[in-house]
Design a protein around this ligand. Sequence first.
Ligand code: ADP
Length: 564
Amino acid sequence: MSSSAASNSGERLAPLSGDELAGVRAALRESEERFRAALDAIPANVYEVDADGTIVFCNRHWLAYSGLTLKETTEGGALQAIHPADHEAIREIALVARADLRPYENEMRVRRFDGAYRWHMSRTVPVFVDGELRSWVGVNIDIDDRKRRELVSAFLARAGRLLSESLDVERTLAAVAQLAVPDLADWCRIDLAAEDGSARLISYANAEPERMALAASLRERFADRSSNEQAAARVIRTGEYELIEDLGPMFEEALAANPEFEPILELDFTSALVVPIRLREQTLGAITLATAESKRHLTEADVRLAEEFADRLAVALENARLYRDVQESALELTAANRAKDDFLGLVSHELRTPLTTLKGMASVLRRHGDRVSPEERDAALLDIERGADQLQAIVENMLVLAHAEHASIEGPEPLLLRRLLEQIIREERAQFLGVQIVLKVPDQLIPVVGYESHVRQVLVNLLSNAIKYNRNNAPIEVELQSADQEAVITVRDRGIGIDSDRLAQVFEPFFRASEGKARAPGVGLGLTVCKRLVEHQGGRIWASAREGGGSEFHFTLPLASELD
Ligand code: ADP
């Protein structure tokens, strides 16, 4: 102004002439136009709100950004463009600052013309005229990229903490997926690789419960036709990420081919990214991120973030696996120690019985040998022989379990099975005098390939069980048959029998059924030894219930075809 010196001195100003006034007005208009042009050129949203809260000005950038007209903006559109989740926080900050008439700043998501919300930093300042509040001027700067990086870093830090706190992997993954929305994406889904390489869904999350419910019902309807399911399986297989920045065309195509997919559109999926969870050369699973309601499009920049997330998951999964392994081996070690103690206890008990007999009988013969009758002497010697046989059987079983039995033997040899069985049964009958053993054999000799000592040991164990668990001294049957490629030997008794759900278990080390335990002493190793010896000869062994009561044990040996 030309008369600033006069104004400063406090003198009254002379009234302006008509021309002067017009000049001042023109200068003012020009200044305001220049000012507005400058505001329009700023790459930020600028607006002015009067003291009553009505928008009185917004720059062109705002109109282009929001896709709203000036009228829509002033009639409430500007407020509606702010993300509903941010209203509350803004109101709180604005209330205090406006009451104090001072500038304030806040962060908020503002909706773009395409529906995508982007983070903005907003600074609002009061404008005074003659000391009176005239309006508030706000400037919003797009800080979406920076804000998103901050949110993702914060998410990764929180996820890292969560993952390191718990080793319950599946529960933690569910919590982590929930944590990922909506900062990383609107949807987060985590699959782990199943044994067969397929994808096993562990968790999926969205911030809104209604959307979760809708997705759940759609999953039920389209389960195995879901393209997400297939993408996760593919990424697990290939180990390569897949990014679809715009799902629109894909949905259009799918819908044209399958109109029943229509309800999926309700979820508004915009873009999707699937990254592998990789550890060294192995793919442990896949993370799927999808955007929908935020209208954001995932890009290559999101791939790097998702990969960072996947790396953290991989480390957590590896830690949990290592921990599980350590725990399992500790458990196995404890179980092995306990089994060893049980075993030693049982074996010493088993050894003690025949040793007592041996010692007792030997001492009777030494002290009173000259006074006992020949019959008593024979009976004592027979007891000694049986005791020694029992000890020998136990020692032989131990050797089999210690894998020492194979060391002393050359290769398998052809055996004439019928002869061998007849010989073994003869010996057993001589040992168990009051026991009836019936042998059923075919006319042929049945040549097989195996080890004589193994066949003997298996049969002795099976017969000893049949006698131990028999009832009413019923006859025990041994039958030899030849089938297609193998000989089958069956031992049958009419004893206490075995529950059908225990038929396979009886071959496990130390297994003893309670009825068996009550009836006779034992260690629970005889059948384990039988199984090992039969399998060492290329045969099979199994138990079954005998019709009419009792048990049947069958084992096979391969036929020696060249000797047929
Ligand atoms: P042990 O006889 O020393 O207990 P085994 O390994 O020979 O050990 O047998 C394991 C268990 O299988 C026995 O404790 C018993 O419960 C069951 N069993 C084995 N043979 C028979 C049979 N012939 N009849 C009924 N139960 C049997």
